[in-house]
Structures are given as C-alpha cells and as structure tokens.
Write a protein that binds this ligand. Sequence first.
Ligand code: BGC
Length: 754
Amino acid sequence: MKRIFEIDPWHITTDKFSIENRRLQESMTSLGNEYMGMRGFFEEDYSGDSLPGIYIGGVWFPDKTRVGWWKNGYPEYFGKVINALNFIKINTLINGHHLDLAKDTITDFKLDLDMKQGLLTRSFILVRGDLRIGFKFQRFLSLAQKELSAQQVTVTNLSAKSVVLELQASLDADVVNEDSNYGDHFWNVTQQVAHETTGYMATETIPNNFGTPRFTLGVGMTNQVQGLHAEAAKTSDLEVTNDFNGQLAPNATVVLDKKVIVTTSRDYETDQLQSKTEALLAKVSGASFAQLLAAHAQAWAQRWQISDIQIQGDAEAQQGIRFNLFQLFSTYYGEDKRLNIGPKGFTGEKYGGATYWDTEAFALPVYLGISDPKVARHLLEYRHQQLPGAVHNAQQQGLKGALYPMVTFNGIENHNEWEITFEEIHRNGTIAYAIYNYTRYTGDDSYLKTQGIDVLVGIARFWADRVHYSKRRQKYVIHGVTGPNEYENNVNNNWYTNLLAQWTLKYTLATLPKVSSDKAAQLQVSSEEAQHWQDIIANIYLGVDEETGVFIQNDDFFDKDIRPASSLKPEERPINQHWSWDKVLRSPFIKQADVLQGIWYFIDDFDMATKKRNFDFYEPLTVHESSLSPSVHAILAADLNEDDKAVEMYARTARLDLDNYNNDTEDGLHITSMTGAWLAIVQGFAGMRIRDGKLHFKPFLPKQWTAYQFRVLFRGRLIEVNVDATGTTLKLRQGEPLTVDLAGDSLNLTREDR
Ligand code: BGC
C-alpha cells in the first residue's frame, strides 16, 4: 500500500512533487470524457521518468501477434489503443532555458484533480538564482463539447527583474507506445497547417496487414495570449508549433489559452476533418476558458446529482467512492454505442484499451443503477453488433455458435495467451447473464426478444458443442478451461463455467417461446436441438465436495495443499510478482472470486447455509490479485451479515488505486474495478436486490461510518436511500409512486415522502 495524495472529499491533491512517483501521479490525475482521455503527464517537456499518453476512444491498431510458439487458433493481431499525438504540449522557456521539473528547483508545488468539475490544476514557483516565476497549468476535456480539450497556462514574474518568457504551444506527433513490439510509430502525418496562433495536423494510422480500418485524426488548435509576441508559426516533420515570446516585467502575468479540437474518421469522412475541426474551433474560440469550464462543470454536476454517494464519518471511504465514479464516468457514459470500457480506460496502455468481460460483469450493473437505461442498452447492443466476430471466434476453435472474446475491439478475439484465448470461455456466460441482468432491472424485454436472443442462441450453441458427455461419470463435462481464477489453467469442470453454461441454456430455452414467430424462424432452434440442451441442463456436472458440501472450484482442487492466504509472508505478496508461475499454479491461492462469482450472480438462488459454507471456504484462499475480486466478496460478506469483512473488502476496492494496493497503478488505473466500490455499497451494505420486478433493500451501517446516502434510478424513478444510526429512509425524488421492500417491509414511496 502506498498513499501519495491527501484525503479530501472532492479532490485528489498533493503538495509533494515526486520524481519517483511521477507515473503513479500521472495515472491518478487522468482525465477523460469518453470520447478521449489522457494521463496526468506534464504539458512541458519533462526529462524524468514518465508515461505520457493521450488516447482517443475507438481508435486502435492491430499489432502483429508475436509469440514464442504459435498455436493454431491464435489471433493474428493484438489490438491496442495507441498513443495519439500530444496535443497538450506547451514547452516553456525562461531566459532561453527550458522549464524541466526533473532538473529545475521549484517550491510551492500543488497538484490537484478537482473531481466535482473535472479539472486538473498544477501550480508551483520556479526558482533559478534570484528569479522566481509562478506557474499555473489547468486543463480539462470537455463534457459539453466532446472534441474539445481546453488548457490555460498562467505565468507570473515574482522576481525583481524582467525575464524573457517563451511559450511554445504544439501538436506533436512524435509519440510512441511503450508496449509496441519495436518502438514503432503508429501514425503517419498526412497534413500540417500552421498560422501564427492556430495550427492543424492530420495523422493516419500506418497500414496494417489485417484489413482492419485505418483511422485518421484531425487535430486543430487555437492559442490566445495577451502580452507576448506571436512568432511566425513553425512546422517540422512531426510537429506544428505556435511560438509566443516577450519580456515579462516584475509582477506581470501572462495567460495562454490553448483550445484543441480533435475530430476522427470514426465520425467524419477523412476529407472533411479539417473543415469540421475548424468549424468546431470557431464555435469555441470566442468563449473564455472560464465559460468553457462552466459548461463542462455543469455536465459533471448533472452526473453527480444522480450518482454521488455521500459517506459521513469516513473521509477515506468518501474520497474512494468519488474517485471511482469520476474515473469510471470519465471513461464511459454511454454516449457512443460503438465504444466500451477498457480495463485501464484512457489511463494507460496495459490491456490495450480493449473490451473485456469486465464490462458486463462489473460495469453494467453500476450503469443500470445510476445512468439512463440507454447506457446499459448501448453496452448490450455493442455485443450484438459484434456477434459475427463471436461466431468467427468459435469457428477458429472448431466449434459451433458464438464465443465472445476475452479481449476485443471488433468482436474478434485479440488475446494471444492460450490459457485465456482458448480456455477462459467463462466470459461467454457473462455476456448472456448481462442480458438477463438488464431485463430484470429495467423490466424492458424488448432487447431480449429482438437482439438479445440472437446472442443467447449463439452462446447456447457454443456451450452445447463445447461440453462432452463422460460415460464414466454419466454427466456432461467441460474440460480444458481456465476459470476466473487465472492462477490455475487447463482445469476440468470449473464449477462457475459449468454453472453459466447450464444457466445460459436454460435462459435461452425459457426466452425462445417469447420471441416473434419471424425471429424464431430465423433462429431455427429445432426441437432436437432444444432437447439436447435440456439434456445438458439436467445432466451437467457441478461438483460438490461430499465432506464439506462446498462447490468444487474444479476437478482436483481439493487435492491441493489447502492453506489460507494468511499463511503467506507479506514479502511473498502479490504472489504473481514474487513466485514462479509453476508455484502459483500449484498453490491453492485464488486470484479472484470464482465459485463466489457464480454465487454472486445468482445470489437469491442459494440458501444462506450454502452461501456461508462456500464463502468460509473460498474467501480465506483468495488473494484478490485481480482488482475485480474484493467487491464480490464484499457483497457476499454483507449478504451473510459479516459486516466487518464487507467493510474490509470495500476498503480494498474503493481505494485500490488511491492506495496502490496491487502495486501496479503506475501502469494506469483499474477502471473496470472502479465499479467495485459502488457495488459493495449498494448491493453490499445496502443489500439492493431486484426480485420479481420489485426493488429490495436491507441496509446496514458500517461501524466506521455515521451515515451514508446514495441514489438509484429504477424504472423511471430516482430513489434516495439514507442510512444512519437511526435506520434507513427511502425517498422518491422523481417518478411515479413505487412499492419497495425494506428489510421485509413493503413501503409505498410517493413524492410526498420528500
Ligand atoms: C483478470 C481478468 C480481467 C482482466 C482485465 C485480469 O487480471 O484476471 O478477469 O478480465 O484482468 O481486467
């Protein structure tokens, strides 16, 4: 655990400039507006260690798969989000010498991410001999105008003599990805235009051999400065610069406003990008930084109005939940259904910015609770639209039906580790489960009956082909898989995978009679096929240990040398960073919720004794080395009235990145796990469930807290839940009256309860 920012309810803030923690600071001060996002790297050149990164939603490159030993069925390419051109660059020179925080002496440093407004501010005083120059850099990515990046730099001469100040505002295409195979450039510059105070650059992704689309970005900037002289614009091979310089007298201040518009060939024809960019720049160029910020902050205020969770009595928990929601919404707010939620969002290169099962498992329930239902529906439509890719993936493995990918941009599997690509097929079950989750929450079965059923039938056909019948066991079994616990590979009968296979077949069969006759004719599920599915449902093997009554995570699991994670020495953890892979695989330690993931999905289908047996067995073995894990354990612990355990797990999920629990936040934030804190509070502490279309709560108040409050959207209503030492109050803030269940009591909520 490492904490480098102050505890503050709305800010991620520090007054410590830290060269050794720079990457960590960059990750945590990332900004995004779904359309694009960036790490908190500096505007000016910085010679210290840093991972600069600006990423544009949906813009990626297929990098050739490179593996030591090729296996048939591997994807040909690994899609990765590519570092776009650096459009925030503003190099700064004082008396001809570059400002470089790795080398310069500074005082009064302050770095602040204001989560309420989505604004990043950095200020400090540069000290060189008897010179003292104050700097303030501010920036945001607008929610009001998605293509807009707005920056302001304020420079004040605090010394007794004049200095020469030079500000170089650039668009710089000389960028690479740290994770590329050969340090290659992924962009060709196709157009450069420069005037004194404006510039434009178009870049196109380099050709690829895989037939995936190339992307073009059109990036324009306009720079306004009072009090400095604008030089003739400069261009070099990879850069366009507006250069401003002049004397800065004692006490004088200069303010540079840099506005950048980014357009892409995802939205416009390539030959229109320049005119579109210029039109959008013209639209914003008359507005001041403060005006643009006000419109942006207003949009954040609307999001917070629904989604904010207030926690009294625990400042760390309060900051944690806001940070998580801020970063989650910065990554995705459902405006563009062609986009999805990468595990690192726009905060790093790892996981390639691609779509994982994380979205359906962990993000969808959160968006259902605190955003318009169209957002969750967009996530579902994204998968429907990628169904042909999933069919292709199944064919690659010689199987029928649809296998949704573990990692993708376009539906085609992108992952190239055999134990994941070929084996981690449980992901397919979650894609199906999400359709059920949406339908259950919203009460809207229109997606299920039109597009969802296409997905379900595809997945059901995959499962029906992937199981085989074991004559010895007289059961259907699934061999050669990796469950959510990636610390065991090529196992047989992962309980969770088998459960999801069985459930998908059941749910698909139950849905088929509800679809239109046209749809049914199109799907062509014959009665023999349905009969086969029924047979699998009735006879699939789901292991239960005779002695303990615990669900067997996978065959042979109980032969392991079972000992609790608490027996590990602190210096051995995380085990994936300290042990050989062989040792990890043979150990009983579980990376993330596996059996418990299944119990969470169907939490009402298991009795308390069963849930407790499994939780008590698996929780001590779980090392939570996937950030996705603690929230599931928090919800189950709360369900079992193990409040302290629930709170412990909440703390791990809510402050995972803020406290760098897994020692890897410098690579980027765990965006898909940002959902965990919300899930732990709402499904965990407050016990929210949907049963037969009715909303249920069963809240408890963590000992460390004095009160908490949150709001959820449910079928056209906005419901506020307040929990404090005196009990729970529910208020209907918007919508028609509604009956909800509070710890067994039926309550009629009307607007008068306000
Ligand atoms: C987890 C996976 C997850 C991936 C991306 C891995 O560490 O084990 O379940 O999909 O990270 O978040």
